[in-house]
Design a protein around this ligand. Structure first.
Ligand SMILES: [Mg+2]
Length: 267
């Protein structure tokens, strides 16, 4: 009976998509025993994808970080808005586009690699704001100047803060809010969860006709994109959002768990 139940549930979730910050780890520490639960499910055929909105580090960094924490994965299973932004900007502005970027050196290197963009300080084709953990006032001022003169303005993702062990850190959304308060102009698009661009990208990655689960700690990004992709959505209480926020949300998660490992243990 137990075996039958397992087969049915595994059949239900051949694929599980997990957010990272606040869902799998906080800073450099795994949340509970998530690694052993993922390993157990991987050994019986479940595929795990990891989808973060975090653009502070290179794509390669997230792959290595997950691996270093003891979870088996590779580049094709780890996703963030960098590739989605790059694809869109390359399509819209062509190769060698001139990008004024508020972002870390790792992010800029990824943009050069995937969008074939040139990172410049003068006469940009567009301004792109990422999770810039090296934010400088003069660069922020320059971004506001370009944006106020009509240069197209994009953001990698909408998160206002990133959870950490020491509390919330200002993220891409909060930086864009400073730009908005200064210029009264909002980004034209974002490329993270739950944007249409990210949904389109993810539909090319997984088979959305199968039943799959989406786990995340944010209602306005993880749970919304999970629903839009057609996933069974699980809100975890180990990260950014609090359970009492759910009642004010238009879109409700299908289930609520204390942590990712608590959910995985039920499978
Ligand atoms: Mg998160």
């Amino acid at each position: 009976m137990k075996l039958l139940k397992s087969l049915i549930i595994i059949g239900m979730y051949k694929t599980i998509i997990c957010d990272l910050d606040g869902t799998i780890y906080l800073d450099n520490h795994l949340i509970e025993d998530v690694q052993s639960e993922i390993q157990r499910l991987q050994s019986i055929g479940t595929t795990f994808h990891f989808l973060t909105n975090n653009t502070s580090r290179s794509l390669e960094h997230y792959v290595k970080k997950i691996q270093t924490l003891g979870i088996e994965t590779s580049q094709e299973y780890v996703h963030n808005p960098t590739l989605v932004s790059s694809n869109y900007l390359k399509e819209k502005f062509g190769e060698n586009s001139k990008a004024f970027v508020l972002g870390t050196n790792e992010f800029k290197a990824d943009l050069e690699k995937y969008a074939k963009a040139q990172i410049i300080n003068k006469n940009p084709d567009y301004v792109l704001v990422a999770f810039d953990m090296n934010l400088e006032y003069n660069k922020l001022r320059k971004a506001c100047s370009y944006i106020s003169k009509g240069v197209p303005f994009y953001q990698t993702h909408i998160d206002n803060f990133c959870p950490s062990e020491e509390g919330p850190m200002p993220d891409c959304g909060a930086i864009c809010e400073m730009i908005y308060l200064t210029t009264k102009i909002r980004p034209i698009k974002n490329f993270g969860k739950p944007s249409p661009e990210m949904i389109r990208y993810f539909k090319t990655i997984i088979n959305t006709k199968e039943t799959f689960a989406f786990l995340g700690d944010r209602l306005n990004t993880d749970i919304i994109i999970g629903k839009k992709l057609g996933a069974h959505t699980i809100f975890v209480e180990s990260g950014a959002d609090k359970t009492n926020m759910i009642k004010d949300c238009e879109i409700q998660p299908d289930e609520i768990f204390k942590s990712t490992s608590q959910f995985l243990k039920t499978l």
